[in-house]
Design a protein around this ligand. Sequence first.
Ligand SMILES: [Zn+2]
Length: 330
Amino acid sequence: MTLRQHPKIELHLHLEGAAPPAFIRGLSQEKKIDISGIFDERGHYAYRDFWHFLKVYEAATSVLVTPMDYHRLTLAVLEQSAENGVIYGETFLSPDFCGGRDLGAWREYLHAIEEAAAIARIQMGITLRGIVTPIRHFGPDKAREVAVCAAETAGAFVTGFGIAGDEKVCEPADFAWSFDCAREAGLGITAHAGEWRGPDHIRATLKALNPTRMGHGVRAIEDLALVDELAERGTVLEVCPGSNIALGIYPDWRKHPIGQLFDRGVKVTVSTDDPPFFHTSLTREWDRLADAFDWDAGVFATLNRTALDAAFCDRDTKETLAKTLEAAHG
Ligand SMILES: [Zn+2]
């Protein structure tokens, strides 16, 4: 079995950030919005640096407006995931972009996304769950409104709550109310941290928001006592190496800390973040990791199992997925 065919679990994917360029191009043509400048001659997203990446991301996502756009987006994204062997994925969804934090509008977007996920489940054999995320740089007040949307729609599909956006803005404690609200609604908790800020910020996030999972978290490596604490707590890191390398946090695959974190006992998993923006896929991530750290099928089986254990889904779904993984890993 090749790495591409291998069944995979992916926990960290931004729905808008996973939009295939061809899909966005098609939508922009339908809507007669000219965003041709964000693509290179091969049709990929093109950007020069992190600042420009944000601009390109914003332009690409500007064509995603209606619930139907999100329905189609979900199908296009899941098709890519399924082609890479993903059997279970979780995606970040934001009422900030879907209905401007209005609960009624958010329900409509969610309905459209859930319908697409149900179709993908039948046609592509991939299961999806949603993690509602406020956008950090929109501030704590708006995050509260997002948390209310999350709590009101928590259920079979919306199973998690997180936070994305500019890590350098605000402090974790500013969002404690929102996270408590989500937790009380029974949602699983994750938070982006340790990507653009270091160990102190990871500690502050653990203290204020008490997540069981952390988006990235890789800069814990700058403080080995913190690495040991993460291992002890069993905090699961949603590591996205290709994203970190594309954005210049680490110079290359061998220098990426995922190998060290894994060796030191931290529960790591692998995801793609915003794959077409980083010219990656989960298959490519696995390939590069296998090359850089000599990881074999046994290591990938461990990563899959860690991800499945940490997944924000019900026990029946986990048991079904576990059987598929066992059959593949032997
Ligand atoms: Zn992310």
